[in-house]
Design a protein around this ligand. Structure first.
Ligand SMILES: Cc1cc2nc3c(=O)[nH]c(=O)nc-3n(C[C@H](O)[C@H](O)[C@H](O)COP(=O)(O)O)c2cc1C
Length: 146
């Protein structure tokens, strides 16, 4: 079955600390698990980058809710396409916290500048997402089994 993939970036409106990120993740995990949406969220330098995948209508509904959220602005759709297989099937919403391991990855994509997903090409954004995926710990649960 075809899977819809949607990638966007946005700028945080509030100061987003770990507590706020955790709130976003808790809500995302709960709602995504209930409709089978999976993906990854990255936050750095006040910018969000999010990858969503699932059934087209579920991804569209989720994105619609996300775009209404006043915690972020300047929402820019990067990619909306159809894929054969999920890439984050174990993650209702994966999150990669800042660490030394991310620095060389960002350095490569941002040419040493601070993270700015709006300035990245779609292929570079996708590459970054898959590089972030390699940093994920072993899956803690599988939405397919819920
Ligand atoms: C950067 C960001 C990413 C989010 N990701 C998701 C997500 O993956 N799934 C989700 O259901 N809600 C996500 N949310 C939360 C939604 O914007 C919204 O608050 C939530 O879906 C509840 O929607 P409701 O208030 O219309 O019921 C995200 C919010 C932000 C700011």
């Amino acid at each position: 079955m075809d899977i819809a993939r949607l990638i966007y970036n946005s700028r945080s409106l509030e100061h987003c600390d770990t507590r706020e990120i955790n709130k976003i993740l808790e809500c995302s995990e709960r709602l995504n698990a209930s409709c089978g949406v999976t993906g990854i969220l990255y936050f750095s330098n006040n910018n969000f980058l999010q990858y969503l995948e699932g059934e087209e209508a579920d991804v569209a509904r989720t994105y619609e809710r996300i775009t209404q959220d006043n915690r972020h602005t300047d929402i820019q759709l990067v990619d909306k396409s159809t894929i054969q297989n999920r890439q984050f099937s174990d993650w209702a919403m994966a999150y990669v916290p800042e660490s030394d391991k991310i620095a060389p990855i960002l350095e490569k994509h941002m040419d040493g500048k601070a993270f700015n997903p709006q300035a990245m090409s779609t292929p570079s954004t996708l590459e970054l997402i898959f590089e972030l995926r390699t940093l994920l710990p072993k899956a803690h649960y599988d939405t397919q089994n819920q």
